[in-house]
Design a protein around this ligand. Structure first.
Ligand code: IPD
Length: 273
């Protein structure tokens, strides 16, 4: 039986090692291995993932690994545990020197439930943690979600959904939330967005096409801070991509109902990218 606290310790060590490697090499932040119209993949993404994978495989040689930079996870290992790692979440921010990015590490059971999670933001030296046995914490102190109870008072973090469903107008979700809430913010690092929800600094988070490695750690951290997280739809033909929301719990159903028509379009669309 693997102790949850050992899993959490390894998640913390891994997130800190990956994050510190990126931060201490930020002079190389623009060294790109791939550039697309709205994204980049950096040399440091690959290096940080290698460091993360090395720590995990040394600590738990039988556990499986899924990382953003190598999405075919090592299926050869028939493990009860899957480590889900985004070595640099907020890669575009990082590449510009904009200090809102983090390393996100989660370990999940076979059903995809996160058991332990760590998110480390080197610039602000913030370490967010949670496990099934432990409350959400920021640098060792317990955190909790906000008490906002009306959408009109809520600040919601999101990403820009330009390529999810071709039968919805560009930015449909961001616009829909903006019209219903006090403010929408697009900060650019989903794992850290979720931690801000957990810390009560934002009231909710939603993205229409976010990847498992961006939300696996933050989703548990929100829940263990007293909030709620929920997968709303899977994106077809993209096994690790989904529509996902997390809130303080109080506004959860309100935000979900605002998103309902758009989510139905995702579920009904045969033309997702
Ligand atoms: C991205 C960030 C961003 C979100 C994108 C993600 P990456 O992750 O989390 O906030 O809007 O959907 O892909 O590529 O920087 O690891």
């Amino acid at each position: 039986m693997t102790d949850t606290s050992k899993l959490l310790d390894c998640a913390i060590e891994t997130a800190q090692a990956a994050g510190r490697h990126a931060a201490s090499n930020c002079s190389r932040r623009a060294n790109t291995v791939l550039r697309t119209s709205h994204d980049v993949k950096l040399e440091l993404d690959l290096e940080c993932q290698k460091i993360a994978a090395g720590i995990i495989s040394e600590t738990f040689p039988d556990h499986s690994f899924l990382g953003e930079e190598n999405t075919g996870h090592n299926a050869s290992k028939d493990s009860r545990f899957l480590w889900v790692v985004d070595p640099i979440d907020g890669t575009v921010n990082f590449s510009h020197g904009f200090p809102f990015w983090c390393s996100s590490v989660a370990v999940q059971d076979r059903k995809g439930n996160t058991i332990a999670a760590a998110v480390f933001a080197p610039h602000t030296d913030e370490l967010y943690t949670a496990s099934l046995d432990e409350q959400a914490k920021l640098n060792g102190s317990t955190i909790s979600v906000s008490k906002t109870s009306q959408m009109t008072d809520a600040m919601i973090l999101t990403g820009l959904d330009q390529d999810i469903v071709s039968n919805l107008p560009p930015m449909y979700f961001a616009k829909t939330i903006a019209l219903a809430s006090q403010k929408v913010r697009v900060a650019g690092a989903a794992a850290l967005d979720l931690c801000r929800v957990a810390a009560g600094q934002s009231d909710g988070y939603f993205e229409a096409g976010i990847f498992t490695w961006d939300i696996a750690a933050g989703g548990l951290i929100v829940e263990k801070a007293g909030g709620k997280s929920e997968m709303l739809a899977k994106i077809s033909n993209q096994p690790h991509r989904k529509a996902f929301m997390a809130t303080n719990g109080r506004i959860h159903e309100m935000l979900k109902s605002i998103l309902k028509d758009g989510i139905a379009s995702i579920q009904g669309s045969k033309d997702q990218h």
